[in-house]
Design a protein around this ligand. Structure first.
Ligand code: MN
Length: 154
């Protein structure tokens, strides 16, 4: 009788508590959201956390960037390219002259050097990625024009 109650009530209860606890753990970001990015290079709310600052040994910049839905970079390029590692959510990435790509948690994108592109959140979901800029002695980024709504939704 008592064993039956344990099976019928306690076991499902613990199962639900366990699922809720693991869901909560998964929602905790690895890195903090950071500070709002400067408006001149972005549209919408963009948050940046510096993870690795440039130095004479590594000459590499690493940062975690979070785009709210609809937020995106301006068009830009990187003198030595850029690696993008998507750590959360769903967003967009587009190399100039090619169709916009949907990118999501777990995706890794290589942006070739001197190639015009933009990245951002999707229209209804935020996206967080880690960017790696190698060989920064040639500079980090060359910024260009805004990504219009027409390009963004296309
Ligand atoms: Mn870029």
């Amino acid at each position: 009788m008592k064993k039956n109650i344990r099976l019928k009530i306690l076991f499902p209860m613990f199962l639900i508590i366990g699922i809720l606890a693991s869901a909560q753990q998964n929602d905790t970001p690895i890195f903090p959201k950071g500070k709002l990015a400067p408006k001149e290079n972005f549209i919408g709310q963009v948050w940046v956390t510096s993870l690795v600052t440039n130095d004479s040994i590594y000459q590499t910049v690493v940062a975690s960037v979070t785009f709210e839905p609809g937020a995106r970079t301006n068009w830009h390029s990187h003198p030595n390219g850029q690696l993008i590692l998507v750590t959360d959510g769903v967003g967009y990435h587009q190399l100039e002259g090619t169709p916009k790509q949907v990118i999501q948690k777990g995706d890794i994108i290589k942006c070739p050097p001197h190639t015009n592109h933009w990245h951002g959140g999707s229209w209804d979901q935020a996206m967080t990625h880690i960017v790696v800029l190698p060989n920064t002695e040639k500079g980090n980024a060359v910024w260009r024009g805004r990504v219009t709504n027409r390009v963004y939704v296309n």
